[in-house]
Write a protein of this length. Structure first.
Length: 160
C-alpha cells in the first residue's frame, strides 16, 4: 500500500530474460517509478494482470516491501521471496513465512566480504536524504502554525 518503488527495472528484466529466465511483471508495477508496461514488454517481460498470477506462476518473487497480509496467503512452500523484510519488529510475519516454508531473503541481510551491505546502503542513503526534507517540512508546518497562532491569539504565544 502506497509503495511506488519497483524491485526490478526493465534493464534488469532484459538481463534476466537474456539469461534464460521467464520474467513476469504485474501490469502497472512500474507506474509509480515512471516505468511503463511497454518498457517491461520491450525488455522481454510477460505482463500479467494481477499479483495472484505473479505469485501463482513464479518460483521467485522479487519486490521492495515485505509481503502484505493479502500477499502472505499467496506464498507457498519452497517459493523464494527476495525483498526488504525487516523481520525484527514483525514477529507474526516471521512466523507466517516459517509456517508457509518460504525461502525468504531480506535485502538488508545480503552481505559482501568485509561486512558491506550493498543492498541496504543505497536505501539508507535515500532515507538520510529524505530525513532532511521531511524534517524541513515539519519545521515549516510548525513555524506556520506558530505564526498563525500569534496572529490569531496575541495573548497565546506557543513556546517552541
Amino acid at each position: 500500500d502506497h509503495e511506488y518503488r519497483v524491485a526490478v527495472t526493465p534493464a534488469g528484466v532484459h538481463q534476466l530474460v537474456n539469461d534464460g529466465h521467464q520474467t513476469l511483471v504485474q501490469t502497472g508495477a512500474g507506474k509509480g517509478s515512471s516505468l511503463t508496461d511497454e518498457d517491461y514488454a520491450q525488455a522481454g517481460a510477460a505482463l500479467v494482470d494481477t499479483a495472484e498470477e505473479v505469485f501463482a506462476q513464479s518460483n521467485l518473487i522479487v519486490k521492495v516491501k515485505e509481503p502484505q497480509p493479502a500477499e502472505l496467503a499467496m506464498l507457498r512452500d519452497g517459493q523464494v521471496l527476495f525483498t526488504y523484510l525487516h523481520l525484527a519488529p514483525e514477529r507474526r510475519l516471521t512466523e507466517e513465512l516459517l509456517e508457509r516454508r518460504v525461502i525468504a531473503i531480506g535485502y538488508e541481510t545480503v552481505e559482501e566480504e568485509g561486512g558491506r551491505l550493498p543492498l541496504l546502503t543505497p536505501m539508507s542513503e535515500v532515507a538520510g536524504r529524505m530525513a532532511v526534507h521531511e524534517g524541513a517540512k515539519y519545521l515549516e508546518s510548525a513555524v506556520a502554525a506558530r505564526e498563525f497562532s500569534s496572529v490569531a491569539s496575541p495573548a497565546f504565544v506557543p513556546v517552541w
